[in-house]
Design a protein around this ligand. Structure first.
Ligand code: FAD
Length: 409
């Protein structure tokens, strides 16, 4: 079907205000009747959520409000999406009238995958949103506040036992930050001993999705931050204050002050219910133009889309969603104007990972480097990727003039 009508009159509905949705909206802003729907009132630059936990960055740096980012040429609707009907071209929202569209962009991202572990959904702390970081920080402060001044080192160690489940990039970044924060705080409060932060991984190595070069820096940082690494270990049960795990057939249970779940992502129920072609993992299969095969006016990108022409390590990253947003915007314009659409191969732009409050590791141009310099490089890289030039300038100036030191707990 070839469509052609004035782009300025086209109703474009973008679902999800994360990397895919926001950057598509910013590229289309002003050229059509664009509406963005998301459940929060702010965008979140997830790669720096760890620095928000440690107080190295503030909420306004990494979570600008949509009304500031999008200005007046994109309508923003804050609501939870409850249903997507591709046949009637209508989207239902909680507490808001349904919205219709000429072209739809699906960018609602994934949800935490608890892989059926008993008690995981109820008792572990997720780490995907600003409020999750606030909850974790509070939990850490509460654990420290309960330690009396005369506690023996082994008792302080027990009282500050935290476990992070999953040793992907997220688990390693988080556990090193938590260990640095807790150990700094124990010292500052003149308490004896050190914190116990464990990372638990089913596979036989940490950061299984990353190359050996960067893994060396990660392993070194886990060691320096005194994180206890448990590989080939499976979490079997979580309760309010206890964790049970299994290693080589032996089960062990221990008391914890908190368990954080960074064990993976799965499809949102909205995508599961959608009548469209899916991959084995349940992702929406998209054409090289990002369109769904049976719905030419529907584009999908980011964590929910299976796009074959991308380096495999890019799957499920902000990098990919960010790069796809330009292609999506370009193709929506082409679709509306009846022009030829484009395709693109997406490449890995490099990897950057924060490791505790002092270090990071960066892999770029095939070379990895670590330490304090990598930490600065990562800040510079991420400033350049914030959503608008206006926001980039404000954040860059704040980091330059005010620095990025951790806020102690
Ligand atoms: C803590 C953390 C750190 C990360 N670090 C990195 C990193 O360093 N590098 C990297 O490349 N990637 C990183 N990622 C992965 C990256 O965040 C995702 O790959 C990326 O955000 C995917 O973009 P997206 O647009 O598909 O989805 P998202 O960015 O997840 O956006 C989805 C949006 O849809 C909204 N939404 C979902 N369901 C509904 C609903 N029913 N109603 C209304 N709104 C809804 C969500 O609130 C969200 O705003 C990290 C992820 C996390 C959680």
């Amino acid at each position: 079907m070839v469509v052609s009508w004035p782009m300025s009159k086209a109703k474009i509905l973008i679902l999800g205000g994360g990397f895919g949705g926001v950057f598509t909206a910013l590229e289309l802003a002003g050229s059509a009747d664009v509406t963005l729907v998301s459940d929060a009132d702010h965008f979140l630059f997830t790669p720096m959520l760890y620095e928000y936990l440690s107080g190295e960055v503030e909420a306004w740096h990494i979570a600008p409000r949509y009304d500031e980012l999008l200005e007046d040429n994109v309508h923003f609707v804050q609501a939870t999406i409850t249903g997507i009907d591709l046949k009637s071209q209508s989207v239902s929202l909680a507490g808001h009238e349904p919205l219709n569209y000429d072209a739809l962009v699906l960018a609602i991202g994934g949800v935490t995958n608890y892989v059926g572990v008993e008690g995981a959904e109820e008792f572990t702390l997720p780490f995907r949103k600003l409020e999750h970081a606030n909850n974790l920080r509070q939990r850490m402060v509460a654990a420290l506040d309960h330690i009396p001044p005369d506690f023996a080192p082994q008792d302080a160690w027990r009282a500050t036992t935290f476990a992070v489940v999953g040793a992907g990039a997220s688990g390693c970044e988080l556990s090193t930050k938590m260990a640095d924060l807790l150990n700094d705080s124990l010292k500052r409060r003149a308490l004896q001993g050190e914190a116990r932060v464990m990372i638990i991984e089913m596979g036989d190595r940490v950061v299984p999705g990353m190359g050996d070069q960067i893994r060396e820096f990660v392993e070194d940082a886990l060691h320096k931050s005194r994180v206890e690494v448990h590989t080939k270990t499976r979490v079997v049960k979580v309760t309010a204050d206890e964790l049970t795990f299994e290693h080589e057939g032996n089960q062990e249970s221990l008391k914890t002050a908190g368990v954080v779940w960074t064990g993976g992502v799965k499809m949102s129920p909205l995508i599961e219910q959608l009548d469209a072609e899916k991959s084995k993992r349940g992702l929406l299969v998209v054409k090289p133009t990002l369109q769904l095969s049976q719905h030419v006016n529907v584009f999908a990108l980011g964590d929910i889309a299976f796009y074959p022409d991308a380096t495999p390590t890019l799957a499920g990253t902000a990098q990919l969603a960010f790069q796809q947003a330009s292609l999506a915007a370009r193709n929506i314009k082409a679709y509306m104007e009846g022009n030829e659409m484009h395709t693109k191969h997406f490449e890995e732009l490099g990897e950057a990972i924060s490791l505790g409050t002092e270090r990071a590791a960066v892999l770029t141009g095939g070379k990895a480097f670590g330490g304090a310099l990598a930490r600065q490089a990562r800040f510079a890289l991420y400033t350049s990727r914030l959503p608008t030039w206006h926001h980039r300038l404000r954040v860059g100036a704040s980091w330059f003039f005010e620095g990025t030191q951790m806020k102690r707990i």
